[in-house]
Design a protein around this ligand. Sequence first.
Ligand code: BGC
Length: 765
Amino acid sequence: MAKWISHPEDNRETRLVPVFRRGFKVKKGLVSAALRLSAHGIYEAEINGVSVTENRFLPGLTSYYFRIQVQEYDVTALLQEGDNELRVTVGDGWWRWNNNFGYTLALWSELRLLYADGSEEAIATDESFEVTTGAVRRTDLQKGEVYDARIAPSDWQKAALCTEHTGGKLIENESVPVREKERFFGKPFHDSAGNLVIDFGQNIAGYVHMTLRGTTRGQTVHLKYGEGLDKDGKFSTANCDGGRTEFQEITYICKGADVEEYTPHFAVFGFRYALVEGIEDADFEAIAVYSDMEEVGDFKCSNPLINKLVENARWSQKGNFLDVPVDCPTRERNAWTGDAMIYCRTAAYFMDVQQFFKKWLVDQTIEQYASGKVGITFPSTSSVHNPEELKAVQAVNPAMALAGPSGEGNIGEDSVGWGDSAVWIPYQMYLMYGDVEFIKEHYDTAKKWVEFSLRCMKEQNPLYADKPWYKNGDGDYIYDTRFHYGEWNEPLPPAPEVIELFAKGGTAADFVAHMAKYGKPEVATAYTKRSCDNLAEMAKILGKTEDAEHYAALSAKIKAAYDKYLIGGDGEIQKGHQAAYIRALALDMVSEEKKPLVIAQLKRELEAADYRLNTGFLSTVYLLPTLCDNGLANEAFRILEQTEAPGWLHPIALGATTMLENWNGMDVFRDSFNHYSFGAVCQFLFEYVAGIRPTVGFKEFELRPIIGGSLSWAEGSYRGIKSRWEKTDSGVIYTCTVPQGTTARLSLPNGEKRILTGGEYTFEL
Ligand code: BGC
């Protein structure tokens, strides 16, 4: 049986990048050879100098303390009779990035040889392997790599057995392969400070392959990767490095040759530009690297800026879906639940994400705390491995301290809109793919999260003691306690009390404590109601009638309380914030009596903002659909086509090639330029403008296009479904394709309704 092995001198300080090797003999009559590999870190394996796989970043990211993947390769063709050698290099990967999981890299491998006479041999990692270091001197997913091409591995020594966190269960691979995909040749130019900078024309996640000519031995070439040029036209990473000094860099020490080529091995960066030092005569090619999923959908229309928006969203998906869905490929690189929840349905229109989310959600379920809380990011990368470290973290930041792998999570993990991913994503995946396994697998997790939120809802917040919901005995149905991120990143000035807090010298920790003290009744109540609704639907699907009735009844009570206490008699919810009105309408929080008032308030808000949006993370995805659903389609198209900030098309006019984290990000050169969440507007383009919507999976679906704005035509496609409208002199021509074996329920803007089976159709309106 294979054992985990390490370099005996690899530890927190030395941070070695080990190269393991094992020589072995193959007898006559080999029928097949299977190599199984896993690592604490990420591995690159070769047999007799030939790479075993082209897939990247293996064994992938899972909750390593609980489960760690093994990949299996048929290596029969790489072996020869007689002497052979297996060589594996292990880089830091997610394991040692920020010391997330541990400090020492390790390898686990098993090679099984099967001979024609029926005999078998196994070569498994143990102390018979040798280890040393090679040309990769240092590597870190985010800081980058130091590569000394002069060094060939030598001074081999015996590998040591690894003892650090080896309890994770080895599981078969569930990851979609991560591969090198599109390539972009770079154009060199000099920035305003005279630096040699390469522009690849597209913001991506990946790395640069470089071809260097006429190098001398020991010459050092340095690359720094960034997303943009600052306001003065100078290369800078200030928008996305989060203040890190070591960030997205490659140092390559040449061996000296006519031509040398190099591609980073264990690092991946978010970038469009690379600043180059130490070489003039060279070619640079950027390679996009991401989970290789089939592209299944597209949207186009007569407005080129909207088409670019669709491209940018697709690129932000590619840039952030590397085995897990991260917020950005630069600063944080964490698999934030809220972001994925907002975007998962859009993601499914672009690519086949079924397996991608299936694998990722398992880690959420595995890591759920006993209380029902789920991580704000998972697999949880706590960097806390023992009680001493925990104390140290808490000493620096008591509010945000992580409680470590066996604890009860940090205060951010109470947050609605993030934790609700435990309910929303499995349910949405079910709706998109008709795959009931998503619900079966995660129903208990979803229920535990909802129960956690309902318990928190019952807690009393002394700050609101004189509020009518307490006085009337309805306190159990308004969620006014705990920390919640809330709408997050609204393009509006902070609340006066927050301005005051910072003016008095308050720190980020004080801000978090302040948020926890005040709660976010409007947001938390609404999301908990939405999760009750989703859970009731999920229960129905599983035949859990009692649960279905129970959560539907709770939802009705929460809605009634919200309507009564959080919506004013004049329909006002939160002046100045479109998000509050959108949320209330989208999540069905408003009684029929108050609905016209709320819609009127929303209309006023849009007018006051001159048809610029002011929603943040949570509500932007709902903004345009909710306007259309409530008789404000003209307003929806006006906001969609708005080219001034804040709006989707503003960054495009400034040259953005991905979605930004901040609506004003490019004006002020701040925050990540590759945050996919606002790209969820593409769900609206597919489902409303092209009108393609699932029933349960797409065996049955709806076609319900909306014709609007300045658009003269629009078309959407998804897995063989096509929906297209075009204005003509006399009206509109609508065409659609319904794949064989499926049924579409068509509703056209002129009121015509039809049931369509496989075929192509044309309607004149
Ligand atoms: C991340 C987001 C995340 C948020 C939580 C940010 O720093 O980049 O994408 O959802 O924090 O509020």
